[in-house]
Design a protein around this ligand. Structure first.
Ligand code: ARG
Length: 587
């Protein structure tokens, strides 16, 4: 139970004792923290329903609450708000429990679910665009949050490995090196294990091929034919396609690892392809698939639609499998392999229509409950010109380059702060990567998921303010206080005793973690956790400025403050890990 739940239950009992609905007891953080810690506005709603004076109801409920041991102060304010303050003893007991629960007060779900999160979504051989970056960052955080809350979560990268771009690449290589064994229509394999080209060849070939296809219909036709032959299983093409995927995936794995994004499954659109013939039959049987101009389509418009809802093209008139069909087949594949309760898609806002169509189609076919498919869309990371972020040269973002950029920038900052002295090159680089990645990820996650934001590396990288580096710095500082206490022989952490207002404030923030985590979980909004982490770091700072820890003379007070500090350190590091990054040993 979170602290707010517990207080709401207590207030609810008081309302019930007055013959009113216990639900009126809902307690929230005080609007005026200078006057109270929590408040309950239930008397206003109760008065409306009962046509009574709200202050009278509030007074009666407040009298009951005053009689309870949890509160040091219960007052009625304004038209009938009940303001609450908890006793230091009550808070101290909760802090002791938080220190002992092994979760630093983190909320836990009552009934865990099995969840698949589809995020990342990079395309083989194509450079990443900023949408893929945000998908990776937000998806990773949601995965970690849900896993911590108790869900059984599988993260799947869902590679874009099955589209026309694969045919464009194959035909490009065929034009350049027609003598390769892969292009012999008779060849059955086995084919060489080593790829015939390198990753940089692949990266050069992709834009060349796609430009050529754009300019020349005959060239585009070659690509289409190659795609069709690949999808039909021509052995040489399939072998080549495998090489392309492997080259690309090996590079992506390294980039994602540096970004601290980890997938459980490296499946892709191609993995759904074998299901297509069977699904085509089944969808026809269910009367969901219709023929239209030689294509197989699914109508997904509904009567109450007040928006444009075009039908899905499941197979086009050439029989090629498109993006909708692979997503539908992937849902069926996931159901068979994992039988999840829910599938979440962390994919940018531009694909809202796509997912709405897909979800409707699988619901229509009876394959999956629409309410358990969620498109967790997000806004765009823009450049300072307000348009989707591009590199300085105007190109699409490469994840590798972005990681280099943030690492270099972090290193500059660290060196300005005198970090590099005394540390080896390898450690300096690794700390710089950690700080750079934290800056980038926190900047992304601290914006509400659905908002756009502007990429501003200087702001992201600041060591002061609501930034990743500030939080890392706070974490390092808390740990250094605890380490200092050890070397100074300041004793162990002990039961909490809250005297100074800064201690009470810190305890309240620590105890607010469960609510923040639950909200972030329920709304799928990691920024709520970012807000909590920032408040925690700031409140710790004030506490640290006001209260002696290591050199506090009173042993009991010292032990209590050490307990508070280690709760802060543990909770902060836990949140950083839920956001998808970690603090270095020192910085
Ligand atoms: N590869 C796609 C793209 O680049 C994103 C994939 C998102 N996931 C999905 N199941 N459709 O746009």
């Amino acid at each position: 139970m979170t602290l707010k739940d517990e207080l709401s239950a207590i207030a609810g009992e008081a309302f019930a004792a007055e013959g009113l609905d216990a639900g009126l007891g809902a307690v929230k953080a005080a609007d005026r923290p200078d006057l109270a810690q929590f408040q309950c506005n239930g008397a206003l709603a109760a008065a409306k329903a009962a046509k009574k004076n709200p202050r009278e109801i509030a007074g009666a409920v407040a009298d009951r609450l005053s009689a309870r041991p949890e509160f040091s102060e219960v007052t009625v304010a304004g038209p009938g708000f009940i303001n609450l303050k908890l006793t230091p003893d009550f808070l101290a007991a909760r802090i002791d429990a938080l220190g002992a629960d092994g979760r630093f007060g983190g909320w836990e779900k009552e009934t865990p679910e099995k969840i698949v999160i589809d995020y990342g979504g990079p395309n083989v051989a194509k450079p990443l665009h900023v949408g893929h970056l945000r998908a990776g960052i937000i998806g990773e955080s949601l995965k970690r949050i849900m896993r911590f809350a108790g869900d059984d979560v599988t993260g799947d990268v869902h590679l874009g490995d099955w589209g026309l771009q694969m045919g464009q690449l194959i035909s490009e290589l065929e034009l350049r090196q027609p003598d390769l064994v892969y292009f012999d229509p008779q060849a059955e394999g086995p084919f060489p294990e080593e790829p015939p080209i390198s990753l940089s060849d692949l990266e050069e070939m992709y834009p060349a091929a796609s430009a050529a296809c754009k300019d020349d219909p005959a060239r585009a036709d070659l690509a289409r034919k190659a795609t069709k032959a690949l999808q039909a299983g021509r052995p040489g093409y399939v072998a080549l396609w495998r090489h392309f995927v492997t080259l690309s995936v090996n590079a992506m794995k390294k980039d994602y690892a540096d970004l601290e994004v980890e997938f459980d499954l490296w499946k892709g659109e191609a993995d759904a392809d074998p299901l297509i013939p069977e699904l085509t039959e089944d969808l026809k049987k269910r009367g969901v698939l219709e023929e239209s101009d030689g294509a197989e389509i699914i109508r997904v418009a509904r009567e109450d639609d007040n928006k444009e809802m075009p039908p899905i093209i499941f197979l086009n008139s050439e029989g090629a499998v498109g993006y909708h069909a692979t997503d539908i087949a992937t849902i069926v594949d996931r159901k068979r392999a994992l039988d999840p309760d829910r599938i979440l898609y962390v994919v940018d806002a531009r694909q809202r229509l796509h997912f709405e169509q897909v979800f409707r189609a699988v619901a229509k076919a009876g394959y999956f409950d629409e309410a358990r498919l969620e498109h967790l869309w997000f806004g765009t990371m823009n450049g300072k010109d307000g348009k989707p972020f591009k590199t300085r040269a105007g190109g699409t973002l490469k994840l590798r380059d972005l990681i280099e950029t943030v690492t270099d920038k972090a290193r500059e900052r660290l060196e300005e702060n005198g970090f590099a002295e005394g540390y080896g090159e390898a450690e300096t680089r690794e700390v710089a990567r950690q700080v750079g990645v934290a800056a980038l990820k926190f900047a992304d996650l601290s914006n509400p998921r659905t908002s756009d934001y502007i990429f501003d590396l200087d702001r992201f990288m600041a060591f002061e303010g609501k930034t990743g580096p500030y939080l890392l710095y706070a974490s390092v500082r808390v740990r250094s206080v605890i380490a200092k206490a050890k070397t100074a022989g300041a004793g162990e952490a002990g039961p909490a005793m809250l005297a100074a207002p800064e201690e009470v404030d810190l305890a309240l923030v620590l105890l607010g973690f469960a609510d923040a985590l639950r909200d972030a979980y329920a709304k799928r909004l990691p920024h709520l956790l970012c807000d909590h982490a920032f408040t925690l770091a700031q409140t710790f700072s004030k506490f640290y400025a006001a209260c002696r820890i290591v050199d506090e003379g009173d042993a009991k007070l010292r032990a209590s403050r050490l307990a508070l500090a280690s709760a802060v350190g543990g909770q902060l590091d836990l949140i950083l890990s839920l956001l998808g990054f970690s603090a270095p040993e020192r910085m």
